[in-house]
Design a binder for this molecule. Structure first.
Ligand SMILES: Cc1cc2nc3c(=O)[nH]c(=O)nc-3n(C[C@H](O)[C@H](O)[C@H](O)COP(=O)(O)O)c2cc1C
Length: 171
């Protein structure tokens, strides 16, 4: 049986909406839901899991939440292996005010974790989103679940629900 861990950052609770839905759908224990700012100490914490759901909202100019910065740097610089693990990315952004970097933090996740040997799942059709540019865009897909709970709050629940169904098939 695969062990699932959720590692996420959410300043205002939007990314947390996805984390909470994943927790419920995949029956993830509270101890296996890691809020980066409070509960994360070391990249060794990733070792406990076969499946990792990794979340962050996007900040600055398409950056990950600050609580992810050291972990991503360590994974890249130390070439840490995630071989045998399956990973999916999720996060919130703002396609109107920050449409030139919409949920680009998910693209930053991809840049890091795609080099670790992990299998990455949970790509979403970009159709249905309106933004200028995003590092998360890969062909006709986004490399994870992006939500815009500021401008499109009525789409959030369905986006999360559909993604969870997709993940259940992909895992
Ligand atoms: C200073 C600032 C910079 C931001 N930069 C981006 C950005 O580059 N791309 C984006 O999609 N959203 C950006 N946002 C919007 C946040 O990602 C958005 O408010 C999101 O819903 C926050 O999610 P959270 O509540 O999970 O932290 C920015 C917001 C602020 C206040």
């Amino acid at each position: 049986m695969s062990k699932v861990g959720i590692f996420y950052a959410s300043a205002g609770g939007n990314t947390k909406l996805i984390a909470d839905a994943l927790k419920e759908a995949f029956e993830v224990e509270e101890d296996d839901c890691i809020l980066m700012e409070d509960d994360f100490d070391s990249v060794e914490q990733f070792e406990d899991y076969d499946v990792l759901f990794l979340g962050t909202s996007t900040w600055g100019q398409g950056d990950v939440h600050f609580s992810w910065v050291d972990a991503l740097f360590e994974i890249s610089s130390q070439k840490i292996s995630f071989e045998g693990k399956t990973i999916a990315f999720f996060g919130a952004g703002d396609a109107k005010t920050h449409g030139e970097h919409f949920c680009s933090a998910l693209g930053k996740f991809y840049q890091t974790f795609s080099k670790t040997g992990a299998k990455i799942v949970g790509f979403v059709d970009k159709e249905g989103y309106t933004y200028e540019a995003s590092l998360a865009e890969m062909g006709d897909k986004l490399c994870g679940l992006a939500i815009d709970n500021i401008n499109e709050p009525t789409k959030t629940a369905e986006r999360i629900e559909n993604w969870i169904e997709q993940l259940k098939n992909e895992l």
